[in-house]
Design a protein around this ligand. Structure first.
Ligand code: GTR
Length: 361
């Protein structure tokens, strides 16, 4: 079944370079950086200037009936005389040490919000580090505001996904400084465009043990090749959101076969760490089959590390498949495009398993 589907999609073997198969871990490790550069050059762009932000903590009040310590942490970035401050929220179970944390890039200012059932996450023993993506920069073609205003080349050199991703890695830098945080166990989670951001971030930043890409779809976890009616294509995404990408990405509109990679190669850069790709049955736009097949293809990278990628029975996924046994996981739930409590529970289940396996060693 998978083989037939892949034939239809016609995805070249991108684990071969100039006719030579990447058939050892050493070759893969050697190739990884140039692969990431290729993907960012053609699609997302990158901000290569590293700025250490000034950190100011506003308060550390106890919320949610006293069980959460909530700090507002302001990151001020300065570059060439310009500066911008991004507000973040560190929400930790009060009094707990060595806390595993989800870094969540979110849509709303409010906490909790419809995509962030904070109390349940805290009750499961996790902390949350949260920022609203629009505090980083607006979700439009204006590269004169927020962090976009301090890094030159917006649109040409990088798109908005790269900027949100830049902020996510800055958050990771900060988490590394916090003694309450189990810095070996930090996951990144985002929904939809912010799922794309989560993948992009983790592909570059190996400090995230787990990547939760919720319904990230086109230019996220799903293959660009072989879209069918009802799936989002590069034409559709760049018609509405051209500013998420580098301008040069437009050359792949209706021209997917010219891409020198496909999205599974971005996923493969997350190996050997853990990945969970989530889909929803009615989310045709995100192309569930394409997300599943991308996990399947990317598994090759996990195998090079002697790990399992996606473990499946070889059939295309159905609406309630939860394939969490491997290290590159995929699941689907009923319903539409959304980051629900159900989804959080799947991600928390996998995260707990990772932590428990680690402590057993
Ligand atoms: C859609 C977009 C998708 C997805 C989604 C979202 O309109 O086409 O790729 O990112 O928005 O972020 O909610």
């Amino acid at each position: 079944m998978i083989i037939k589907e892949l034939e239809k999609r016609n995805v070249p073997d991108f684990f071969s370079v100039n006719g030579e198969k990447i058939d050892s871990l050493a070759k893969w490790e050697e190739y990884k950086d140039s692969l990431f550069t290729l993907i960012t050059n053609e699609e997302y762009g990158i901000i290569d200037k590293k700025i250490t932000p000034t950190i100011a903590i506003e308060n550390g009040e106890h919320s949610f009936g006293g069980k959460v310590t909530w700090e507002t942490v302001n990151f001020t970035f300065e570059n060439d005389g310009k500066c911008h401050t991004v507000k973040t929220h560190l929400l930790l179970p009060k009094g707990k040490e060595n806390v595993p944390v989800f870094l969540n890039i979110g849509f709303g200012e409010e906490i909790p919000n419809k995509y962030l059932p904070l109390e349940e996450i805290i009750d499961n023993g996790f902390g949350v580090f949260y920022f609203c993506y629009k505090d980083v920069t607006s979700d439009d073609g204006d590269f004169e505001n927020g962090l976009a205003s301090i890094f030159e080349g917006g649109g040409e050199k990088y798109g908005k996904l790269a900027l949100w991703s830049y902020m996510a890695s800055a958050c990771m830098d900060y988490l590394m400084t916090r003694s309450e945080v189990d810095t070996k166990n930090v996951a990144i989670i985002g929904h939809s465009r912010l799922g794309k951001t989560a993948i992009l971030t983790s592909a570059r930043d190996p400090r995230f043990i787990l990547t939760c890409a919720n319904e990230s779809g086109c230019c996220g976890a799903s293959l660009s090749r072989g879209k069918v009616r009802g799936n989002e294509t590069i034409v559709a995404i760049t018609d509405t959101f051209p500013f998420w990408f580098k301008k040069c990405y437009l050359k792949y509109r209706d021209n997917e076969e010219a891409l020198p990679f496909d999205q599974h190669m971005l996923l493969s850069l997350i190996a050997p760490r853990y990945l969970v790709v989530g889909g929803a049955e009615k989310d045709f736009w995100a192309d569930n089959d394409g997300q599943f097949l991308a996990c399947h293809l990317a598994s090759y990278a996990w195998e090079l590390y002697g790990k399992n990628g996606l473990i499946s029975n070889g059939a295309l996924p159905n609406e309630t498949d939860i394939l969490l046994d491997g290290d590159a996981c995929f699941y689907m739930r009923k319903g539409e495009h959304f980051l629900s409590r159900y989804d959080w529970n799947v991600y928390m289940t996998k995260f707990k398993e990772i932590i428990n396996n680690d402590t057993e060693k």
